[in-house]
Design a protein around this ligand. Sequence first.
Ligand code: FO1
Length: 321
Amino acid sequence: MKIVALAGGVGGAKLAHGLAQILKPEELTIIVNTGDDFEHYGLYICPDLDTVCYTLAELANPETGWGRVDESWNAIENASKLGGLDWFKLGDRDLGTHLERTRRLKAGDPLSQITRDFCKAWGVEHTILPMSDQSVRTMVDTDEGELAFQEYFVHRRCEPRVKGFRFVGVEEAEPASGAKEAIESADAIVICPSNPWVSVDPILKVFSLTASTSSARRPAPLPVGEGKPVVAISPIIGGETVKGPAAKMYRELGIEPSALAVANHYRGVITHFVMDAVDSQLTESVRGLNMRTLVTNTLMKSHEDRRQLAQAILQFVGSDS
Ligand code: FO1
């Protein structure tokens, strides 16, 4: 079964890792959000892309979910001592990734090719692609003005109240080389349990799969995914997010955070929806959105949880396709 997974950072990476434990390399392509990318110290940083690559390479820091395992912090500590910026923690090993990626980008290589080469070097056999080789920048509109994504997320610890989002460059961004073909030849598309507003929506917009950030712009009859199952896994469990600000964002945008709110967010895009057992009382409401539902354990604490959730999702979308 050929699957395309759409992923943001930590939650997306965990499910992608579960899928990679089951599917052969030629059966899985993971398309990753690059709206979080930014330049820092003159280096090109791709947090979500690196999180997915490190996770599949089993090189990720198990405590944070982002960055590298067995990391040291000499460079950033030294920079900080010299008066430099230290709000975004770049580890010594991780810095090597940013240095080499920046060198290659400056030499004119596309991000998708660089990512393929890095994955080969790290022993990752499944295909991981950025959503686009062109720049898309997520901007967060807040009560303190518009902030670049990492400024909002890491520097300001998601404290400002969110009013909306803007994805600069998304209209012009073409899908990365190979990504559209992967979607076209996939049997199903899996939207990982990543933040719908800032991790998944930018990818959906690049592929014209939706424009669900505004109900006024509810659209898009799946020009790419049409005719195949598209399944989303709720990142909201029992009204809260496992990690990150998705629930806070829903609240600040005037929507009660719940699995139902997530299903509603993806209305018109998805055919199948997976939610946690603690949210089983929402099943009928989600079915009312014309979606098939699966209620299961979606919390991925261990590698085995990741594999089991991936297995359940594959069975769910495979059972009627
Ligand atoms: N997240 C943090 O909360 N604090 C950090 O200092 C931080 C550093 C960092 C370095 C490299 C990297 O690839 C990711 C990093 N992240 C950090 C995570 C990242 O900024 C966010 O989790 C994502 O952008 C949201 O998906």
